[in-house]
Design a protein around this ligand. Structure first.
Ligand SMILES: Cc1cc2nc3c(=O)[nH]c(=O)nc-3n(C[C@H](O)[C@H](O)[C@H](O)COP(=O)(O)OP(=O)(O)OC[C@H]3O[C@@H](n4cnc5c(N)ncnc54)[C@H](O)[C@@H]3O)c2cc1C
Length: 392
């Protein structure tokens, strides 16, 4: 029997082999410069079943369990060098789709999930605003009921949304947005409701792509809602349940969103080891210098620690055990480890690590965002400390 700790787990290995062959884009470096999403790659991955891995078969998915799905995303991260494409798919598959599956009505799930899974539609998750990042519920995007409101919000015909969301992954390419808005900013988390808003709804404007340090092949922009009207059937969950939906989404995102990055760390380690054996200086392979060899050992340690933390969080989640602390620890470990290891890889490659053509510098730029998105490393430490404080 193959253990999960086996780096060559057959589920993962199969995806590595497929992605290495099918998602190897010769134009990646130019697309990285141009900030272009690889739509052909997106469709290939959707056809293979990546986006549907963790979606019920009733809605077009593959119906895999959480661990099998993570193994697939880990393999994707190893086999596909386009970290922006992988990040875009991961965000949809591990943030937006699980919330739709868990909180959506059957009609909403039928309307959106099959199209998201088969690649014909793309989604974005909108909570952050220019003035409310970590302090999520200080949001100023508002909603108000429209139509026959005499019986209260839960009986309203629809809602009008106003405000602007910032730093939204995939916004320029999205067909549907999951949007968090408040009925009154003074209510904090108690005022928040989640809406599904189609991109062609009048009043919704997507800003221009915002170039960024890494993950440049993921389009990313602000989204403005100017008197955007949606029907009551576009509320996800119920009116007022936005904080619970956000909290559920963050628990999944912080635990699992870095799975592909852990696969990418393993690829980076394999390539750096190969380079340190092949590159000669002072008449010997650079890997024979203890300074270089210890760096490789540190990269291995960071990778394995990150992977173990990921699957510990997954096991707790799968067993329906509390996983908040494990998820926060996994996010801190793998996000910070990826930055340290990408820097070690760059140093080991020397100038080849710094120039664009070998792909090493992209790895460093791509992983830097991991300490910010899905809740910063500081915020994750707050969660761990809070959970520790609860123990007596
Ligand atoms: C690549 C990328 C993709 C993203 N995609 C999306 C997306 O799809 N949808 C979306 O809604 N948002 C998205 N975001 C936004 C992201 O969620 C926020 O950037 C993040 O929550 C941090 O908010 P902020 O940038 O406003 O930083 P701030 O909250 O302003 O934080 C600034 C600094 O203060 C620290 N800090 C803040 N509060 C505390 C605290 N309580 N304790 C300790 N330290 C604190 C932070 O750790 C950080 O160092 C994305 C961001 C990035 C980089």
């Amino acid at each position: 029997m193959t253990a999960l700790t086996d780096l060559d787990h057959p589920t993962k290995r199969k995806v590595v082999e497929w992605a290495s062959a099918e998602l190897d884009d010769p134009d990646l470096i130019q697309r990285d410069v141009d900030c272009q999403l690889w739509t052909d790659g997106w469709q290939r991955a959707a056809d293979y079943g990546i986006l549907g891995a963790w979606v019920d078969e009733a809605y077009g998915g593959r119906g895999h369990d959480v661990v099998t799905s993570l193994l697939m995303f880990e393999g994707l991260g190893y086999g596909c060098r386009d970290a922006g494409l992988v990040f875009a798919m991961t965000t949809q598959a591990w943030t937006m789709q699980p919330m739709l599956q868990r909180f959506g009505s059957d009609e909403q799930k039928q309307r959106y999930l099959p199209a998201l899974v088969d690649g014909s539609k793309k989604a974005a998750f909108c909570i952050t605003e220019a003035e409310s990042g970590s302090d999520t519920f200080a949001m100023s995007t508002t909603f108000e009921p429209i139509g026959s409101t005499a019986a209260g919000e839960s009986e309203a015909d629809g809602f009008r949304i106003n405000g602007t969301k910032s730093y939204i992954t995939m916004a320029p390419a999205a067909d549907v947005f999951m949007v968090f808005a408040t009925k009154d900013p003074s209510l904090g988390q108690w005022g928040v409701t989640t809406f599904l808003v189609d991109a062609d709804t009048p009043g919704l404007t997507v800003g221009p792509n915002r170039p960024k340090m890494g993950l440049r092949t993921t389009p990313f922009s602000d989204v403005t809602f100017d008197n955007v009207e949606v029907g009551a059937d576009q509320v996800l969950g119920s009116v007022g349940s936005g904080a619970a939906i956000f909290s559920a989404s963050m628990e999944i995102e912080r635990a699992f969103v870095l799975a592909p990055q852990i696969g990418a760390m393993e690829r980076q380690l394999d390539e750096t080891v190969a380079y340190s054996r092949q590159r000669q200086q002072f008449g010997q392979p650079i890997g024979d210098f203890q300074a270089v060899a210890h760096r490789l050992a540190e990269m291995k340690l960071r990778h394995d620690n990150s992977r173990l933390q990921l699957y510990r969080a997954a096991a707790l989640f799968a067993l329906d055990q509390p996983s908040m602390e494990a998820a926060a620890l996994a996010k801190i470990q793998s996000s910070e480890a990826a930055v340290a290891s990408a820097m070690d890889a760059l140093l080991t490659y020397g100038a080849k690590g710094y120039v664009t053509e070998f792909g090493v510098e992209q790895d460093l730029r791509n992983v830097a965002g991991g300490v910010v998105y899905g809740g910063t490393a500081d915020v994750q430490r707050n969660i761990v400390a809070r959970m520790l404080g609860r123990r007596s």
